[in-house]
Ligand binder design. Structure first.
Ligand SMILES: [Zn+2]
Length: 242
């Protein structure tokens, strides 16, 4: 028993709950819908509960599969499992996003992290820590705007094109961050999506607080729901600390 408790303390949940407060892209008509099918004592005398659920793929804590922005890219069910597990590399830009809410993580931010702690290994899962998680689930604070259906005034940090190219060159498995999108709020061309997903690298969006993670040493498990042919999926993302 003590062994189990010690192990549990070393696991960090990087996932938000899926419920009525889960944030979806402003253009989505509906969010996470949970419908009660049964709840209570049955005629057989035992308790029974069951629900049905419905939600867009891309909202809450989720995986973007390569096909989300790349014709012919892998669908979410076909991302190899060994790429959904990997060593975490945390790139912290909280000081920069505090001054600029549209900040884009630069190649220099990534190379600076490498100078401090060594090269990013192939197969790494790179996590961009912007500090945005503390704004969840306040839509106005998190997206920069809370007007339903309007995506013209969004403000939150993301990854630059040059930063994405460096990560492609390193051969990382995935790139995640604690904001709504790997491209910053004002983006119109979603260039970081195009570059990463075009190179077969998946993205993790709306990760919960990355504060407990050390810069290196944790192992990330990013497990999306295995939706056949999906362009992405809600995911349970956890990190096991060293
Ligand atoms: Zn997505």
């Amino acid at each position: 028993m003590p062994v189990i408790l010690a192990a549990a303390a070393m696991v960090v949940d990087l996932t938000y709950p899926f419920d009525a407060r889960t944030l979806y892209w402003p253009s989505e008509q509906v969010g996470f819908q949970l419908k009660q099918l049964s709840y209570g004592k049955t005629s057989g005398g035992y308790f029974y509960s069951a629900y049905s659920m419905c939600a867009p793929e891309h909202g809450g804590t989720h995986v973007d599969a390569p096909i989300h922005f790349a014709a012919g890219g892998l669908t979410v069910d076909r991302i190899p499992l060994d790429r959904l597990v990997g060593p975490a590399v945390v790139v912290d830009v909280t000081a920069k996003t505090a001054k600029d809410r549209d900040y884009r993580v630069t190649a220099e931010d990534i190379e600076g992290e490498e100078r401090a702690r060594g090269a990013i290994p192939r197969g790494a899962i790179v996590l961009l820590r912007t500090g945005w998680a503390k704004r969840w689930p306040d839509r106005k604070a998190y997206f920069g705007d809370d007007k339903a259906g309007d995506t013209t005034n969004l403000h939150f940090p993301g990854l630059s094109a040059d930063g994405a190219k460096v990560l492609v060159a390193r051969g990382v498995s995935g790139v995640g961050l604690d904001t709504p999108s790997i491209d910053h709020g004002p983006s119109k061309d979603f260039i970081a999506h195009q570059i990463l997903l075009g190179a077969g690298i998946y993205a993790l969006e709306n990760l919960a607080s990355l504060e407990p993670l050390p810069p290196r040493g944790a192992t990330v498990y990013a497990l999306p729901m295995k939706i056949g042919g999906g362009s992405g999926a809600p995911a349970r993302v956890i990190a096991v600390l060293p």
